[in-house]
Design a protein around this ligand. Structure first.
Ligand code: HEC
Length: 164
């Protein structure tokens, strides 16, 4: 009878090495997908300060840190949240529940979150976790009728004047 090896057989070692590198590859792919979605699904447009005006000049490390540019309308004035501070406080399951029942004030495109697949929602979640917590919370929303102190996009836009 051969003596029992004190170490795992080479095949076992190889299998565990392969599993490790496969799951590492999946994580990289998931973060890459999140990066793609942050750009394509418009999250950066609102949640990253300055992104709409000069997307290429904002490093990824500054993505999704919220935006001091307010959006004013009948709902008051809202500020795109700092997702780098909000998402890491949620478990994967909590994030999916938040996204499925998204009902935030305008102009947050709630339907984008509600229609996204779990896979895509988790890709965004893991991108944000990978980037890590950073920045300050977005300014608190203002009630209707209160004039914002900082810059804001006004809805509905003023009606065009008749004189030209
Ligand atoms: C047109 C601008 C706009 C776009 C595009 C946008 N958001 Fe938002 N988002 C907002 C605003 C404004 C708020 C704050 C709403 C409020 O105060 O009720 C918000 C709030 C949120 C919240 C709530 C966070 C909290 O404070 O609890 C989440 C989550 C969120 N957005 C995720 C996303 C993701 C993910 C994307 C991309 C798929 C995205 N948003 C695209 C404007 C936008």
């Amino acid at each position: 009878m051969p003596a029992k090896r004190p170490y795992p057989a080479p095949a076992v070692l190889l299998a565990s090495l392969l599993t490790c590198s496969l799951s590492a590859a999946a994580d990289t792919a998931q973060i890459a997908r999140g990066r793609y979605l942050a750009v394509i699904a418009g999250c950066n447009d609102c949640h990253t300060a300055g992104y709409l005006m000069a997307p290429d000049s904002i490093p990824e490390s500054d993505w999704l840190k919220g935006n001091p540019l307010g959006w004013s309308g009948p709902w008051g004035t809202t500020y795109p949240s700092n997702l780098r501070l909000v998402l890491p406080q949620l478990s994967e399951g909590q994030w999916l529940a938040v996204a499925r029942s998204a009902n935030f004030r305008p102009p947050m495109p709630n339907q984008t979150l509600r229609h996204m697949t779990d896979e895509d929602l988790l890709a965004i979640y893991h991108l944000v976790k990978y980037l890590g917590p950073a920045g300050e919370p977005a300014p608190p929303a203002l009630p209707p009728g209160q004039t914002p102190q900082g810059p804001a996009v006004i809805f509905p836009p003023p009606a065009p004047t008749s004189e030209r």
